[in-house]
Each structure stands twice: as structure tokens, then as C-alpha cells.
Design a protein around this ligand. Structure first.
Ligand code: SF4
Ligand code: SF4
Length: 86
């Protein structure tokens, strides 16, 4: 399942560079996560790095983007394949 940033985000900027998939960017009002790029850090780290670094605990699992470990792993494989072509 990809993660989601709540509107309690204080735009502190620390999660954006922590994301190994470049899935986090500044949205209109606060930071947002692209569900097509978020693998919950599977393939890179044991736990979601954005959640680890966020000082206000405003990053949750997105109930609208439920994915299994296998689906997330597949997404990771696709992202890596794209990166090696680019
Ligand atoms: S869980 Fe990992 S891949 Fe997903 S947005 Fe957070 S840091 Fe990026
Ligand atoms: S670390 Fe948390 S508070 Fe800071 S920009 Fe990211 S989501 Fe917002």
C-alpha cells in the first residue's frame, strides 16, 4: 500500500530527500506522495523512510491504495527497470 501525507504536514522538507523512489514532492499546500512511485520503501529499506523522518507523524498508509507486498515488490522491479533504461 502506498503512503499518504495528511494535511497536518508542516512542510519541513525532510521527507522529500529521504525517499529512495523520488515519490515525494511539494503539492499545492503541503507535501504529497505519488502512489505510482511509492513502494513503502520495499526494495530499499526495512521501513518507510518518510515515516521514520517525519517529525509530526502525519504520514499514514493510504486506505485507497491498498497493495500487497508482492505488488509493491513488482512496482519496485518496474521502477528499477525504468531507471536502468533512462
Ligand atoms: S514509503 Fe518510502 S517510497 Fe514511499 S513515499 Fe515514503 S520514503 Fe518514499
Ligand atoms: S516530513 Fe512530515 S511534516 Fe515534514 S514535509 Fe514530510 S510529511 Fe510534511
Amino acid at each position: 500500500m502506498s503512503l499518504k501525507i495528511l494535511d497536518t504536514c508542516v512542510n519541513c522538507d525532510v521527507c522529500e530527500p529521504a525517499c529512495p523512489n523520488k515519490a515525494i514532492s511539494l503539492g499545492e499546500e503541503f507535501y504529497v506522495i505519488d502512489p505510482d512511485l511509492c513502494t513503502e520503501c520495499i526494495g530499499h529499506h526495512d521501513e518507510p523512510q518518510c515515516v521514520v523522518v517525519c517529525p509530526v507523524e502525519c504520514i499514514i498508509t493510504d486506505p485507497e491504495n491498498v497493495e500487497s507486498h508482492e505488488q509493491l515488490d513488482l512496482k519496485y522491479q518496474h521502477l528499477m527497470a525504468k531507471e536502468s533504461v533512462a
